[in-house]
Ligand binder design. Structure first.
Ligand SMILES: Cc1ncc(COP(=O)(O)O)c(C=O)c1O
Length: 417
């Protein structure tokens, strides 16, 4: 593959030798960034096009993970690539103390895909965790309350604030995280403590508020479909019931659409829309930028106004190159019917996975919405004991057969597709 940069005398050399890549990374990455290697041997990627990836030796893979749900409109999507190139050639950055039309256009376009009838405003940042941190600060600033509720088995990011509202032990570091955060049981219909019901989980939330907080809430964080938790769609009635309780206690309702947003779930543009609710704050990242660093918090104006008197900025928030990528992504999703596609292909995938479940007892559960699917392996269907080792073997086999997916869930026995 040649590109216009191959003959650039200033182009930095790239060593594509597999062993050299592994050794250099192991030698120069810090332990915290080295730690996460899902396969028995490292998988190196060189190139992506549409839904395919190629490793450094030229082997082709069907990518069913999208770099952890970031690639929403395909690798090297020509509309996105061109938009980024054009902006990068014109002005690479414009900090928010100066004005630039691109982020403002994008803010308007994002507001247009939010539920109508509300006065939404946008704050841009660079990542999901930054957006979660901001939402936490906003909830506390707006309500004047400190107590926050989050769901067990949730993932909201790795910064101090985001980690503090993350309910998966494996992602929490052994240090004092933020105080004032209580976890309530997740209404997981397959593995949850009450099984496939809704009301008992809402009763748990009542108890969490009553016993674990002052009774005055800042807010609650909810992923309508838990991602790293193992693709756990929250059941009908839970989110609306939770919203009622949180608002009655003075808090705001924050939905995390970092994985499930941007039409991925097929039926709706936002996953919360399947629950007939309107959140107060929506956190988004990943699919918003198709791989370019971008995150946003979209909030009701009267809530966002609570922070009018305090300066808050991330240097690269509202960067025009990232926002150009975001505009192009939104355009492609809307103009190329990707939501309908997610619904159609997701339904086909669901049919195939359910057939596999009929055939293989080791598949305990198949679940998801649109193009956010999972199959969970169990030792036997009665005890539902997680088949973690079997999943590790299956996972290596998917790689061998040219498929990229993820092993997720609290027991790493869920194939996240
Ligand atoms: C649901 C959810 N929220 C927040 C985050 C944090 O996003 P980031 O990794 O961009 O900080 C993630 C990341 O995986 C996520 O899955």
């Amino acid at each position: 593959m040649t590109s216009q940069f191959d003959h650039d005398p200033f182009a930095a050399a790239i060593d594509w030798d597999s062993e050299a890549i592994i050794q250099r990374r192991n030698r120069f990455y810090s332990a915290s960034q080295r730690a996460f290697v899902p396969y028995a041997t490292p998988l190196i990627f060189q190139r992506g096009q549409d839904q395919y990836l190629w490793d450094e030796k030229g082997k082709k893979y069907l990518d069913c993970l999208s770099q952890n749900l970031c690639i929403s409109v395909g690798y090297n999507n020509p509309v996105v690539t061109r938009a980024v190139q054009k902006q990068a050639e014109t002005l690479q950055h414009c900090t928010t103390m100066f004005f630039h039309p691109v982020p403002a256009h994008f803010a308007e376009e994002l507001v247009n895909v939010m539920p109508q009838g509300e006065d939404w405003v946008v704050h841009f940042m660079n990542s999901g965790a930054e957006a979660i941190d901001f939402a936490l600060l906003l909830a506390r600033s707006h309500s004047g309350n400190a107590d926050v509720i989050s769901l067990a088995n949730s993932y909201h990011g790795a910064t101090f604030g985001a980690q503090s509202v993350t309910g998966i032990g494996g992602f929490r570091h052994n240090v004092p995280l933020l105080s004032g955060i209580q976890f309530t049981p997740c209404p997981d219909q397959y593995r949850g403590i009450h099984g496939a019901v809704v009301e008992p989980y809402l009763d748990d939330l009542d108890r969490t508020i009553h016993y674990g907080t002052s009774g005055h809430l800042a807010g609650m964080f909810i992923e309508p479909i838990q991602g790293y938790g193992g693709i756990i769609p929250l059941p009908e009635g839970y989110i609306s019931g939770a919203f009622e309780r949180v608002r009655a206690a003075g808090g705001i309702c924050i939905v995390d659409e970092v994985q499930a947003g941007f039409a991925r779930t097929g039926e709706n543009f936002w996953s919360f829309e399947a629950h007939d609710v309107v959140p107060d704050v929506v956190v988004m990242a990943k699919g918003i930028g198709n791989g370019y660093p971008l995150g946003a918090v979209v909030a009701k104006r009267e809530i966002a106004e609570s922070m009018a008197n305090k300066f808050y900025f991330n240097t690269y928030g509202a960067n025009p190159v990232s926002c150009s990528a975001g505009r192009a992504v939104l355009h492609v999703i809307q103009e190329h019917g990707l939501q309908v596609n997610a619904k159609k292909v997701g339904a086909q995938l669901m049919r195939v996975l359910l057939k596999l479940k009929d055939k293989h007892d080791i598949i305990g559960d198949v679940r998801g919405r649109g193009l956010m699917m999972a199959l969970e392996l169990v030792k036997d269907r009665l005890s539902r004991a997680p088949a973690t080792e079997e999943m590790a073997r299956l996972f290596e086999l998917t790689r061998k057969h040219g498929l990229v997916a993820s092993k997720s869930g609290a027991y790493r026995n869920v194939l996240r597709i």
